[in-house]
Structures are given as structure tokens and as C-alpha cells.
Design a protein around this ligand. Structure first.
Ligand SMILES: Cc1cc2nc3c(=O)[nH]c(=O)nc-3n(C[C@H](O)[C@H](O)[C@H](O)COP(=O)(O)OP(=O)(O)OC[C@H]3O[C@@H](n4cnc5c(N)ncnc54)[C@H](O)[C@@H]3O)c2cc1C
Length: 406
């Protein structure tokens, strides 16, 4: 394969289940009618993502999309999940807790024992367990290998967790938490010459476990959910909370990161629809010189048209990535498309927010127009779950075979 070529292409097509799902989601969203504005107010004014929306997603089989039927899942796959989440996001109703729970379910599926899968996956698919994900620490953001939260084995095979996490989304709304810890410290790994991914261990624990305290952070970016600093003070967890093998959790974690990026990309692609439809409606109505709508000016049209083109590229990459994942393509192929999709979708998502503001002039800053409060969520996608510089690092290293830069 030549450097930078597309290599193995995994073609995608929509099954009857996918098409039926899209129809169901569109039907649900259109039936919301004026209720949609109430839901948007809950998210963007009250800061509370409505439970009824999460329940609707459970009923549509979305919390179980990546879970096989034998564990109670809908088996809609990541392509189904991406198609549905894009639609919800196009209505301004993206659900980050659904994204986090899906990635945690993936980790359980790839790393969990048969007993863990049978116990946890059906409850996730039924919406009885919703979960947050905790890897970031104040001193270990982009470099997650540097995390310090420690998990020490106790005599009975259980573990005791000590340390801190930060920016953890939705812990107050989640029943469980997938927490990434170190069973062998980063320092020790470096001194021993072991791979830096060694020594990481995953635990799936109840958020109410004794010894965990949380402090709400004053953040924006995921309206409807809050971010928390978490403090783990001698938190005792049983042996069966360990997902995957002790010290080898990174491999399991990597399996869950591509779905996270792909779902994040679908959010951003859907958000572009949200911004474009508002921009087009406004541009068709607003007249400032004689009776000409501002939408007839090319200076207004062309940026919107360019966004539409880029959005389609991002959408196809997202479907390509999701489909490659569903077809069990090698992780390197899934990662290629997942990273490209997340990059392009987040860039065009932010551009669409910016252009929607510009098209609306001063009204772009009036909350009633429903744009300015979407600016932080659109911008977040360039930074989290992973920043776009790291995505470009990945593409440079793995696609272009350039030296690793960090
Ligand atoms: C609203 C919100 C919700 C979040 N939710 C969660 C959550 O639920 N769970 C969780 O674990 N985390 C969560 N995070 C954390 C998020 O994943 C991190 O903020 C992100 O990974 C970046 O880490 P950092 O903030 O420490 O940035 P840093 O690592 O300090 O990086 C700062 C900047 O430096 C640049 N940079 C860093 N390294 C490189 C490099 N090697 N090459 C080029 N440029 C580089 C990038 O531009 C980056 O944005 C959330 C964050 C936000 C803002």
C-alpha cells in the first residue's frame, strides 16, 4: 500500500433495520412538535438532559445498539447508532450519556468475563444501567498513560482505589462509572522499560460506592450534563468490578475509543444540520437592503454551501468508520476512519456554528434564536473526547508514516 492511500475500503450499505430505525427516529422527533422546545429549554436553560429522551433512546434500542442479541441488545450496530444519533443531534438533542454508556458497554463486551457480560449488558440495553467514563486527571489529559489514580490489590482479590479524576461528565446522572486506574504506576512502568500502556486497569463500579466524592465543575460544552472532579478515598471495589485483565486494561480501552469518536462525529454531523437549517430559514426571511433576502447574497450563500459539502464528506466518513467497525475490520482501519470522521465532523460543526451566528447578525447572540448556546457544544468537539491535534498526529504517523512528534 502506498503512503496515504486509502488501503482497504470497507463499503457500507444500509440494511432494512437501519432504514426502519431512521424512520422510527424521524417519526419520534417529528411527533415531538412543540414539545421539542420544552426539551431544548431543559437542556440549554435548566442544564438538565431530560430522562424521557434517554428513555426514548432506550426504547429505540440505542443503548443496546452495540450489544449482541444474546445479551439483550438490539444489534443495530454502530452504523445504526450513528444514523440515529445524527438525527437527534440535528434537533439539538444529542445525548452524551448514551455515548458514554455505549463505549463502556463496548469495553465490557471486549474485556468482560462471561459472568460480567451476562449480568451487565442486558441491564445496559434495558436502560437500567447508565454509565459515565473516567480517565482524565488534572495532570494527565491528552497523555492518558500518565494517570495516577491507583488501584491496589487487597488480600481477598478486591482492590482499593485512591486518587482524583477531573472533567468527568454525568456522574450525577449515571448509576455506574468505568474508571481507568493504574495497578502499576507510570513511574514504575517507565523505570522497568515496560510499554507505557502496561499497568492500566479498568473497573466498572457503582457511582454510589463509599469513598467517592464529587465536586461540580463550572464548565460549558455538554449542556444538559455537568462535569465533576472526583475524589477516590480508599474506595473498596470487589474483584468482579475489574474489566479485562489487571495491568492490561489499555487494550480493552482502545476497543472502546473508536466507537466513542464515531458517535462524537455523528453528533457533530447532526449539529451541522441544526445550524444549516436555522441559517437557511433566516437567510430566506431576513431583508435589510430593499426587498432582497440576505440569502440571495453569495457572501451569505457560499459559506453555507461549503459547509454543506464538507458535512457530506464528514457524514460519509462517519458511516464508513461505523460500518468498518460493524464488519470487524482490523482496528487500524477502524481507527483511520474514526479519526478522520471525528476530525472533519468537528471542524465543520464549529464552522457551521460560526456561520449560523454570522448569518443571523445580532440575533445570532440572542438565546431565543437557539444558536449562541450551541456554540460551546460545537466547539467542544474539536477538543474532546480527543483534541484534533492528536487526531492529526495519528494521521501523520499512521497514514503518512511520518515520525511520531511527541
Ligand atoms: C466538557 C468536557 C467534558 C469532558 N468529559 C470527560 C469525561 O466524561 N471523561 C473524561 O475522562 N474526560 C472528559 N473530558 C476531558 C477531555 O477528554 C480532556 O479535556 C481532553 O482529553 C484534553 O485533555 P486536557 O484538557 O488535559 O488538555 P491538555 O492535555 O493539557 O492539552 C491542551 C492542548 O494542548 C494541545 N496538545 C496536547 N498534546 C499535544 C500533542 N501531543 N500534540 C499536539 N498538540 C497537543 C492540544 O491542543 C490540547 O487541546 C471532558 C472535557 C470537557 C471540556
Amino acid at each position: 500500500m502506498s503512503v496515504g492511500s486509502s488501503g482497504s475500503l470497507y463499503s457500507f450499505s444500509f440494511s432494512e433495520e437501519h432504514l426502519a430505525l431512521v424512520e422510527s427516529v424521524e417519526g419520534y422527533l417529528s411527533r415531538l412538535g412543540s414539545k421539542r422546545q420544552e426539551l431544548l429549554n431543559d437542556i440549554f436553560e435548566k442544564g438538565e438532559y431530560p430522562d424521557e429522551l434517554s428513555q426514548a433512546m432506550v426504547d429505540l434500542g440505542l443503548f443496546g445498539a452495540l450489544i449482541p442479541a444474546q445479551y439483550g441488545g438490539s444489534g443495530l450496530g454502530l452504523l445504526g447508532m450513528a444514523l440515529a444519533m445524527e438525527k437527534f443531534a440535528s434537533f439539538g438533542l444529542a445525548n452524551t450519556l448514551a455515548l458514554l454508556t455505549t463505549m463502556d458497554a463496548m469495553a465490557i463486551q471486549r474485556g468482560g468475563t462471561e459472568d460480567q457480560k451476562q449480568l451487565l449488558l442486558p441491564q445496559i440495553a434495558e436502560g437500567k444501567i447508565k454509565s459515565a467514563f473516567a480517565i482524565t486527571e488534572a495532570d494527565a489529559g491528552t497523555n492518558s498513560f500518565r494517570i495516577a489514580l491507583s488501584a491496589k490489590e487487597t488480600g481477598d482479590g478486591g482492590f482499593v482505589l485512591n486518587g482524583e479524576k477531573a472533567w468527568i461528565t454525568g456522574v450525577d446522572r449515571a448509576d455506574h462509572l468505568l474508571v481507568v486506574s493504574r495497578t502499576t504506576s507510570y513511574q514504575r512502568v517507565k523505570e522497568s522499560g515496560l510499554p507505557k500502556s502496561f499497568g492500566m486497569s479498568l473497573f466498572f463500579i457503582d457511582t454510589a460506592t463509599k469513598g467517592i466524592t464529587k465536586s461540580k465543575m463550572a464548565t460549558m460544552g455538554i449542556e444538559g450534563f455537568n462535569q465533576f472532579q472526583l475524589f477516590f478515598d480508599d474506595v473498596e471495589v470487589p474483584k468482579d468490578a475489574l474489566i479485562g485483565e489487571k495491568d492490561l486494561g489499555a487494550a480493552v480501552l482502545f476497543e472502546a475509543l473508536n466507537p466513542e469518536r464515531i458517535i462524537a462525529a455523528s453528533f457533530a454531523v447532526g449539529m451541522v444540520d441544526y445550524f444549516l437549517s436555522k441559517s437557511v430559514n433566516y437567510a430566506n426571511e431576513r431583508r435589510v437592503f430593499s426587498d432582497t433576502p440576505i440569502g440571495s447574497y453569495q457572501a451569505v450563500q457560499h459559506p453555507l454551501a461549503k459547509i454543506r459539502v464538507t458535512q457530506e464528506g464528514a457524514r460519509l466518513l462517519t458511516y464508513q468508520a461505523a460500518s468498518a467497525f460493524d464488519q470487524n475490520a482490523p482496528m487500524s482501519i477502524v481507527a483511520r476512519y474514526a479519526n478522520m470522521a471525528k476530525y472533519l465532523a468537528s471542524e465543520v460543526g464549529f464552522e457551521a456554528a460560526d456561520r449560523a451566528i454570522q448569518t443571523h447578525g445580532g440575533n445570532g447572540f440572542v438565546r431565543d434564536f437557539g444558536i449562541i448556546q450551541m456554540l460551546a457544544p460545537a466547539r467542544l468537539a474539536k477538543t474532546a473526547p480527543i483534541n484534533n491535534e492528536m487526531i492529526l498526529n495519528f494521521i501523520a504517523e499512521h497514514e503518512l508514516k511520518l515520525p511520531r512528534s511527541y
